[in-house]
Design a protein around this ligand. Structure first.
Ligand SMILES: [Zn+2]
Length: 319
């Protein structure tokens, strides 16, 4: 009974998309004087037009560029002190309810897990979480495997990793619920699952703050991202307090002091800008030396092949 009810809720959520979304309404409100006459003529047509334009360049007020080959290049871009993320009109990316690994520090790999892992069977359909535009479709053998990144009008970018197959293309406009891939085990993965990330301008937000996979629902109508790593839920969960978003570090009581210290260093590290703008005459090895890393790591995290050349002005991540 409960199961059926929950299923209905998730289904209804995906269907609810047919309604005009809030950003389009906000746009209309701001443009009220201009649109007054036109709205009398055909408000639905205008809303559709605005929605279409918004999807051609989602969250343009937030993102400085549309780069379609790097997953995150926003390290140097200032974050808004507060940003209200509209979660209405969502669709759960998978109908699977079992979270196999939470967001946060993983002692096993001595690093942050920057997304959430949801159990899946190979070939399960993975769906776009919101309306948006597909920014990255890539294969990263040592990391995400087959990966899709979508930018959404609500400001989020969602990342779907380890897919067995892509079902979408770069620059494609998608609606929430559109199939974008099939679940798999590609890349740095142990067993079939969906690795799902939610980011705002490249800043990680714990997906569990936004999506409740067990109940196939969002955690509220809105999520307010506050500065670095702070967020508050509104709507359904209004007033239920502050939540650490992207800098949350989970500890098990059995973890060693060394692991905790490492987690703290990781958190501090992620709080710094970790990009390097290539200057004339620099090489990967000189950049690696400068930032205390290796050429191999620079290549790996920037998706550079052995044959790739770097050029002045190019932005590289170095950790
Ligand atoms: Zn994962």
């Amino acid at each position: 009974m409960l199961k059926n009810l929950l299923k209905t809720t998730a289904f209804a959520a995906c269907i609810a998309l047919a309604a005009p979304n809030a950003s389009a309404q906000d746009l209309l409100a701001r443009q009220a004087p201009v649109d007054k006459k036109m709205r009398a003529v055909d408000s639905i047509a205008i809303q559709k037009l605005l929605q279409t334009e918004e999807l051609e360049d989602p969250a343009a007020e937030l993102y400085p560029n549309w780069n379609d080959d790097q997953i995150n290049l926003y390290g140097g871009v200032a974050l808004p002190s507060e940003y209200k993320i509209d979660l209405r009109g969502f669709c759960m990316p998978t109908t699977n309810r079992i979270v196999t690994s939470n967001y946060g520090y993983r002692p096993r790999f001595r690093r942050q897990h920057k997304g959430i892992d949801i159990n899946a069977n190979k070939g399960d359909t993975i769906r776009a979480a919101f309306d948006g535009k597909v920014r990255v479709v890539d294969y990263q053998p040592s990391g995400y495997g087959n990966v899709v990144v979508i930018r959404h009008p609500n400001g989020l970018e969602t990342v779907y990793g380890h897919l067995s197959k892509h079902l979408t293309k770069r620059d494609k406009v998608v609606k929430a619920g559109d199939p974008i891939g099939l679940a798999g085990d590609t890349g740095f993965s142990f067993g079939t699952h969906l690795h799902f990330e939610t980011r705002l301008l490249g800043e990680y937000i714990d997906p569990a703050k936004l999506f409740d996979f067990a109940n196939q629902d969002v955690t509220g109508d809105f999520y307010v991202f506050k500065g670095r790593g702070r967020g508050t839920l509104l709507g359904k969960h209004d007033g239920k307090g502050e939540a650490d978003a992207n800098e949350e570090v989970r500890y098990n009581s059995s973890e060693s002091a060394a692991a905790k210290a490492q987690a703290k260093r990781d958190a501090q590290q992620s709080a710094r800008t970790r990009i390097h703008k290539v200057k004339r005459g620099e090489t990967l090895s000189s950049i690696a030396r400068r930032h205390g890393t290796t050429v191999a790591k620079l290549r790996r995290i920037n998706g550079l092949r052995k044959s790739s050349k770097i050029r002045p002005g190019q932005i590289l991540k170095y950790s």
